[in-house]
Design a protein around this ligand. Structure first.
Ligand code: NAD
Length: 257
């Protein structure tokens, strides 16, 4: 491994770290040497998961509970992590939710909830870590966007989700500009369809969706969760020191077609 890819001694936070892509990201960061604070909202078993990751990769890994749609809870958890870990080098804003539906009948409370979690929740976290990173004069922020920030998925309708992810990608670019001379890099990762519980909620009811998504992809398959970690470790590390304001697609070529 080139030394620039190592995260040894770095302190990282991942939101939505209990399962899916977030869990693999926690594992990837720990495997690369970082101490990891894994933020979660629902399952207290996450404390055991964190302990297992810490043991497997010989790093400190601890779980912290916070609903990212609650600004105060998120800020308090992040301040506590900073107190416990001493600094914050990497912040991965991964937690998110999805919901499909026709625009003309989409429930307006659901629309607001998607924005509360996927956009406002991301910003609450970013603002809370920025305070510490700006003080340090360094940090890498990685936002979990989606190919859905750039295209209308098919055949399902998901206007609300796509609007939230377009906001996330734009947030990344604006923050990269704002903090570019102050040591903080901000990038987004845009996954295509990855086999997690988030997709399972759709494909379990409509297996035809998985077939359609595969046929629209040059590699004719969906990604698996561990295929996300390399991109995140790269953006977290010094190997990407001149990359900011970018969207890194991890989509099997989905956006190429
Ligand atoms: P997932 O549903 O498996 O995991 C999402 C995590 O976010 C869960 O641990 C959940 O508890 C957490 N979370 C949800 N609401 C939260 C809240 N209010 N506060 C704190 N945590 C909360 O989903 P995933 O597939 O692992 O997705 C992770 C991220 O990647 C999401 O932002 C998603 O939009 C994005 N993404 C996923 C795919 C995919 O195909 N799976 C594709 C593109 C983008």
């Amino acid at each position: 491994m080139l030394p620039e890819f190592s995260l040894k001694g770095k302190k990282a936070i991942v939101t939505g770290g209990a399962r899916g892509l977030g869990l693999e990201i926690c594992r990837g960061l720990a495997e690369s040497g970082a101490d990891v604070a894994l933020m979660y909202v629902s399952s207290d078993k996450t404390h055991d998961t964190a302990a297992e990751i810490g043991k497997e990769f010989n790093v400190t890994c601890k779980a912290y509970k916070a609903n990212i749609a609650d600004a105060k809870e998120t800020q308090e958890a992040i301040d506590q992590i900073h107190k416990d870990f001493g600094r914050i080098d990497v912040f991965v804003a991964n937690a998110g939710i999805s919901q499909n539906g026709n625009a003309e009948t989409f429930d307006l409370n659901d629309w607001k909830h998607l924005f509360d979690v996927n956009v406002h929740g991301v910003f609450y976290g970013v603002q809370a870590v920025s305070k510490h990173m700006l003080e340090q004069g360094s940090g890498s922020i990685i936002l979990m966007s989606s190919v859905s920030a750039y295209l209308a998925n098919q055949p399902q309708y998901q206007c609300a989700y796509n609007c939230t992810k377009a906001s996330v990608s734009m947030m990344g670019k604006c923050l990269a500009y704002e903090w570019g001379t102050r040591g903080i890099r901000v990038n987004s990762v845009c996954p295509g369809y990855m086999r997690t519980d988030m997709l399972e909620q759709f494909t379990s009811k409509r297996p035809d969706l998985a077939e359609a998504w595969n046929s629209l992809n040059p590699m004719k398959r969906m990604g698996v969760p561990k295929e996300i970690k390399g991109a995140v470790v790269f953006l977290a590390s010094e190997a990407s020191s001149y990359i900011t304001g970018s969207d890194l697609f991890v989509d099997g070529g989905y956006t190429a077609m």
